[in-house]
Design a protein around this ligand. Sequence first.
Ligand SMILES: [Zn+2]
Length: 290
Amino acid sequence: MHKERHNNLELGIRLTPRSPLLIKSSGISPNPSLPDMQFVRTFVKGIETIYIPGASLKGVFRSYVEKILRTKKGIDGACDIFDKGKTCAKETEKELPGNEIYKNSCLACKMFGSTKLKSRISFIDAYPSGEIKTETRYGVAISRLTHAVAQGPFDMEVAVSGSFNSKIYLENFELWQLGALALAIRGLNDGLIRIGFGKNRGFGEVAVNIETIQFTFSSELPEKEICGIGKIVSEDAANKYGLVGNDIIIIESNPSKTENEIIYTKREYSPKSWEEISNKAISQLKGILS
Ligand SMILES: [Zn+2]
């Protein structure tokens, strides 16, 4: 069932640092003019640029969502992947079918994947849109024990202005997963989640702007409905995978563009619809956590 695509969200986002931002590179650049702690770099069309790896974003979103799920549902909400007895990716004597693996996984693994399960959410690397201003900051690490300088001084390359564009994809999703994504975006905007290095120095606060919202569904849908996968597949398949059954929200905002074909429906919404979509999807999340 999950080899086919039943629903999909493509969310275009813009990330703007509100405090110094440093996503640390693990390698050392051959360029001696760069600071000790450098921003991670890659090449885009032959030009070297700093960027935010999609994997870093995914890690930040996952840990925030896990915290919420674990608080409400314990290890059924988010298992402990480091504890062999408490992870839903533990080895079993014989390989279970895909639907059993999904059904038996904790909510966090259902959304972000595990060694046994494909992630429903993916993050594209975030590249600068226009110019990013970087500065060098100096830091030392203070020993908690002696209150003396334990390490440093070292210099850090931080991004201080400009913005990065990225895309988030949710595929074959249940609406509570859309709710969890919306909640994490709120967490970033509210400063509850920071990204990168130096969170205790006040680094890593970013604003997230929603730029584009595009849903695709594998069937024709009534005009105002946005559906989770459990509503789109057969009732039998929904039961086999343990999906939320009648997974629907009704959206009052009108799409800015609609394509209705026999085999799919595509809808784009303007960024101002995100608030309504978020609120309704977060209600679905609350529903499964209550
Ligand atoms: Zn798990």
